[in-house]
Design a protein around this ligand. Sequence first.
Ligand code: PLP
Length: 385
Amino acid sequence: MNTSNRVNQLKKSAIHEMTRLSKQYDDVAFLSWAKPTTGTPKHINDAVINAIKNGLTGGYSQSEGLTELREEIVKKLKRDNNIDANISQIIVTVGAIEGLAASVLATIDPGDEVILPTPTYSTHITQVKLASGIPVLVPLIEDENFALDIEAIKKAITPKTKAIMFCTPSNPTGTVFPESTLRDLGKIVLKHNLTVITDEAYEYFTFDDSKHFSMASIPELSKNVISNYTFTKTYAMTGWRIGYLHADEEIITQIKKAHIPLSICAPVASQYAAIEALKGSQDCIKEFSLHYLKARNLMCERLDMLDSVFEYNKPEGSYLMFPKILGEQGNDSIAFSKNLLKEARVSTTPGIAFGPTGENHIRLSFCVPEEMINKAFDRMEKYFK
Ligand SMILES: Cc1ncc(COP(=O)(O)O)c(C=O)c1O
């Protein structure tokens, strides 16, 4: 078989495997979805219908995206991320995923090392491998609600280290890295001249006193940070495949060389959706946040009743959490998840899908209706009794 070692080395995704298995059963209670279950707000859909009727969506746009959209993104970055940007520092991408892939391809050469604090979103690890880079997995500190381990990161740096890549708020742990920690990380980044590739997909979903902080808002790091964003989570636009990235102009010129062969440009109809998302009412963000906060609280309450099975950190952001499975049954998280699906009809994601440090855990999503959480936990309580 004539396939590349780059691809051959990649393992089948445990997430997709669980989705496939879940389809074999009726009436499954899903805690494995990491995508908004509500539809895209109507005003966004309507704006796109108008753009289609007006014949605006049939061609390519500039590869970096429509000017009007980039102008709106610049305003948003200033307002919500405290980033002073201009439109030539933006590329509109096919979701955050394509932006992240282009960022990695533009940053690393084969054999370069990329530090990934884990457990983390497994696609980041895959993207580094696809670029023939070497993922260096540095465990988060679970006892401190999966905090970044700055000392361990320092120790992991070698002459081959090119970049550090992470998501905050985090998939799968729900951690929000605080400003002070990210400023400390910034000092290390400058000292070793590394690139930081951020994935800020869940930027609006933080709870209690946690606040999202964008490293690109630190002026000294302007040449070191590539920040990736998406409309997927914020506006329930999973299927539109639209996101964007921000970096210094010189870096953007290089990233564009990777972006064009990956996509030419982001889907133009989706770019019109994104313009309306940014210009129109922002009420959906408040509604989604409130729902996730209530759902998080409910999930934590229900987990408290299963304290002989799970131990957990309360998520500070995203709509995901990463409880630890107590005892020997956690040693094989795939078997644990499969069993839960087969015996209790509850679909979860095995922790090993998020790197080796994810073993002994499952990922639960509270981006589901509250009834789904109750149904899943009623079943688990019965099963574990
Ligand atoms: C951390 C993180 N980044 C990126 C994505 C995907 O984003 P997009 O749909 O914009 O490609 C996801 C989706 O689950 C995610 O959890």
